[in-house]
Design a protein around this ligand. Structure first.
Ligand code: KIV
Length: 294
């Protein structure tokens, strides 16, 4: 245990959660908890808390890298953050989010990029957005032995096509399309399905008809599991907060308070104090002073 000092004791007692463990949880009616993570300390905390899955989401672009939306996020940025999460999490299922343009051009490129998440960044699964138009790609990735989580409803990589961050599936026609696509994704080999910003009763019906778990975000309590962007839950990202978020902390204010107190302490020289400073033995000090006297 001492050879891996950055992992806590409780992380050694839990086994790694697998995609099939999540399917079993659904079968037993046990809710699945997932959150996003993008760095080592947060991954440690999430894993220690016992979350089932950590998604290194491309929301990284907005909440960590400061981009306007998720479209600029690159494979290299995703892999860099996935590696940090892998170093901190030992039990949670680790899922890497495939960024815009890493899987849309060809299925060959999609398989290669999906493989990089496992081979170069220690992820156990990947996620991509899309329905009917992505079935061939999904089948190719799964055929390569890579567990895949689907994502339907509001798909942030398609905001230009969708005309903004609007809920999806609110008409009979779009609800039917979503319902059918959920089944198609399951039949194509997805082990789970994110449903983002869709009517609660539609998400509940889809969840009842599928054998793979649905993971809702803004999709009501009838899903088999839930996911939130961790920075939203912690109150760390204050550019906007979607209606479906529940804030469990206000770390942004906590940070502001801490930073301001630090600035005051530096200003009035109360920091650093003696306990924050390095001392040296008196005799060494005397000898040093003698030595430098002219
Ligand atoms: O990128 C992300 O964080 C996501 C979740 C919101 C599901 O896709």
């Amino acid at each position: 245990m001492s050879s891996v000092p950055h992992l806590t004791a409780s992380q050694f007692t839990r086994k790694r959660i697998t995609p099939s463990a999540l399917i079993e949880k659904k079968a037993r009616g046990v809710p699945i908890s997932m959150l996003t993570g993008y760095d080592y300390p947060t991954a440690l905390a999430l894993d220690n808390a016992g979350v089932d899955g950590i998604l290194v989401g491309d929301s990284l672009g907005m909440v960590v890298l400061g981009y306007e939306n998720t479209l600029p996020v690159t494979m290299e940025e995703m892999l860099h953050h996935c590696r940090a999460v892998t170093r901190g999490a030992r039990s949670a299922l680790l899922i890497g989010d495939m960024p815009f343009m890493s899987y849309q051009v060809s299925k060959e490129e999609a398989v290669r990029n999906a493989g990089r998440f496992l081979q170069e960044a220690g992820m156990q699964a990947v996620k991509l957005e899309g329905g009917r138009e992505r079935l061939e790609t999904i089948r190719a990735i799964v055929a390569a032995g890579i567990p895949l989580m689907g994502h339907l409803g509001l798909m942030p990589q398609s905001i230009n096509l969708l005309g903004g961050y609007h809920p999806q599936g609110r008409t009979a026609l779009t609800a039917k399309r979503l319902f059918e696509e959920a089944r198609l994704l399951q039949d194509s080999g997805c082990f789970a399905l994110v449903l983002e910003s869709v009517p609660a009763r539609l998400a509940e019906l889809i969840s009842k008809r599928l054998t793979i778990p649905t993971i809702g975000i803004g999709a009501g309590g009838g899903c088999d599991g839930q996911i939130l962007v961790t920075h939203d839950l912690l109150g760390l990202f204050d550019r906007f907060t979607p209606k479906f978020v529940r804030k469990y902390a206000d770390l942004n204010s906590a940070m502001q308070t801490a930073f301001k107190e630090y600035i005051v302490d530096v200003g009035n020289r109360s920091f650093p104090s003696r306990e924050n400073s390095v001392d040296m033995p008196d005799e060494e000090w005397e000898s040093f002073l003698k030595d430098i006297r002219p």
